[in-house]
Ligand binder design. Structure first.
Ligand SMILES: [Zn+2]
Length: 265
């Protein structure tokens, strides 16, 4: 990992991705986006999610601010909680996205858990989100590269790190379980365990402690993204993209934002 300064006026991805007629992402358009308009690639112009989408049915993605996107994600979760998910013709959305391109607004980094599917719990339609799922919602170079693609290339305006309650990976990390390749992955959660002050029982049998570690891990993952991806750090700094941390409660279905500096609360 490195932390060299990044100049977004240059094209760090030039030549990396060929043109694609099917999704209307031309190589030229891609390069224009990488060269000058990081958050506004040619792909996005005029692209909206039709056929039962959510906020994007009325407002093109490029007219949205990162704060708009965050509010829309949380509003989608409120619809989910209220049992008012929008009716969608998913097949029609798929065909529209194939013909018109995708305008994803948010990229989620979530744990590998079948119950924490952000499209579902935030009531998102086809083409509205990109999703990275990995045990323990950790990052590595490949995932950071994917996030850079999601923002610089595809135009997502929000990076949301999502931890969840009752996380088995967090519990296993607390228990220092060793299991093949998972051992090195869980080692990345060690910093969160060490950085979680907790007055009660600090074991994997205490759900409140497990959730506290998961919340700390979300904050540290956001720090790692900023430290290890100069591109994402610069996009956030320029206000072209926002980052948010959150916890998904498996029991209630609620997505709650994680305060980045709880000691200041
Ligand atoms: Zn998990």
């Amino acid at each position: 990992m490195h932390s060299d300064p990044v100049d977004l006026s240059t094209s760090p991805l030039e030549g990396a991705i060929p043109g694609c007629r099917a999704c209307r992402l031309s190589r030229r358009g891609f390069l224009v986006s990488a060269l000058g308009a990081v958050a506004l690639p040619a792909l996005a112009v005029g692209a909206t999610s039709h056929v039962g989408g959510t906020w994007s049915t009325e407002v093109p993605r490029d007219a949205l601010t990162p704060a708009d996107v965050l509010n829309a994600v949380l509003e989608g979760n409120r619809r989910f909680l209220a049992g008012q998910r929008q009716e969608r013709d998913v097949f029609a959305q798929q065909r529209a996205a194939a013909a018109e391109g995708q305008p994803p607004k948010v990229v989620f980094l979530t744990c590998l858990d079948s119950r924490a599917l952000m499209e579902t719990v935030c009531d998102l339609g086809v083409g509205e989100s990109l999703n990275v799922q990995i045990a323990g919602n950790v990052v590595n170079e490949d995932i950071l590269g994917s996030m850079e693609s999601a923002t610089v290339s595809a135009g997502a305006k929000l990076v949301m790190v999502v931890g969840h309650t009752c996380c088995g990976v967090i519990r296993a990390a607390i228990d220092q379980v060793r299991l093949g390749r998972l051992t090195s992955l869980m080692a990345k959660i060690g910093k969160a365990i060490a950085a979680t002050p907790y007055p009660g029982e600090k074991t994997s049998r205490n759900p409140a402690y497990v959730d506290a570690v998961a919340s700390t891990h979300v904050r540290l993952t956001m720090d790692a993204i900023r430290a290890e991806s100069p591109i994402l750090r610069e996009l956030e700094k320029q206000g072209r993209m926002a980052m948010a941390g959150s916890m998904y409660d498996l029991g209630t279905g609620r997505v709650s934002l994680v305060r980045e500096r709880p000691e200041l609360a």
